[in-house]
Design a protein around this ligand. Sequence first.
Ligand code: AHM
Ligand code: MG
Length: 329
Amino acid sequence: MITLNEFIIEKQHDFPEANGELSSLLGSIVLASKIVNREINKAGLVDIIGSTGIENVQGEQQQKMDLFANDVFKRALAARGEVCGIASEEDDQYVVFDNKSGANNKYVVLMDPLDGSSNIDVNVSVGTIFSIYRRVSQRGDPTALEDFLQKGNQQIAAGYVVYGSSSMLVYTTGNGTHGFTCDPSLGEFYLSHESIKIPESGYIYSINEGNYLMFPAGIKKYIKYCQEIDNKTNRPYTSRYIGSLVADLHRNMLKGGIYMYPSTSNYPKGKLRLLYECNPMAMIIEQAFGSATDGKTRILDLKPTTLHQRVPFICGSTKMVEFLQTMLS
Ligand code: AHM
Ligand code: MG
């Protein structure tokens, strides 16, 4: 039995120049996710579910648990000396740790503290997504917007936690994607899925089909392809959509499949956010030998222009993603 913390330390040896800062940063994330996990498990028993009545910068209703998770992750990251700034789905602007030690720290973290939070009231899986970069501004200088607007291919690490029937933390530092399952009686994550490999192709497609009439023609064509009857190619495929990005991608990564949140007429740039949803998920999927694209360009090669930028997102088994792309061109 290897614990997540043991694994993080062991993997540190893969980077001869590493001095333990990233391991410690990941340790903060693990701690915060345990706290959030504990609170989510009480949903329904104490007054932590439901909306706050406040809208975030994206015009979406914030749930009480969104704000709780945001606060827990920020405090856990601020308490140790590795992070100089954080950008979160729940905060309009990035937050700078500008005390003397904060300004000297090396990393920035971008996160969606509670993804799919509208699902929490009905006991469906939700998740946390995080993305870590080395700052590009000088240590000691104020943290700058350019530290956050880096391409996804510059990520040092990325991960997610899925709070589900069991809770799992999945992360990558660019040497494969690894999964850890929480033993609730010990409050410890144990290595359960080492070096995850997504099947090259699969039989699951995941998309909010309620938006069908608002999809681009190529996406409509692909959905019809998925629904056609053809024994040789195992079609029709199975449609599975939870409405929690983390849970939908987690399932497709383990079983093989494709996830799509394309542009729609009411979200012309897609719904999902590049910096703290698509980039980390793309790195995790690529490190598991899958693919992620906006339909034309590899997600990790897109140059971000704003913190809360949205992007069409297609992600999953490489052969399925490549085939869909031929229908989009
Ligand atoms: P959120 O970060 O506000 O929870 O929104 C992101 C979520 C994703 O988890 C999910 O894939 C998507 O929104 C679902 O959107 P829709 O309800 O439009 O299908
Ligand atoms: Mg989200």
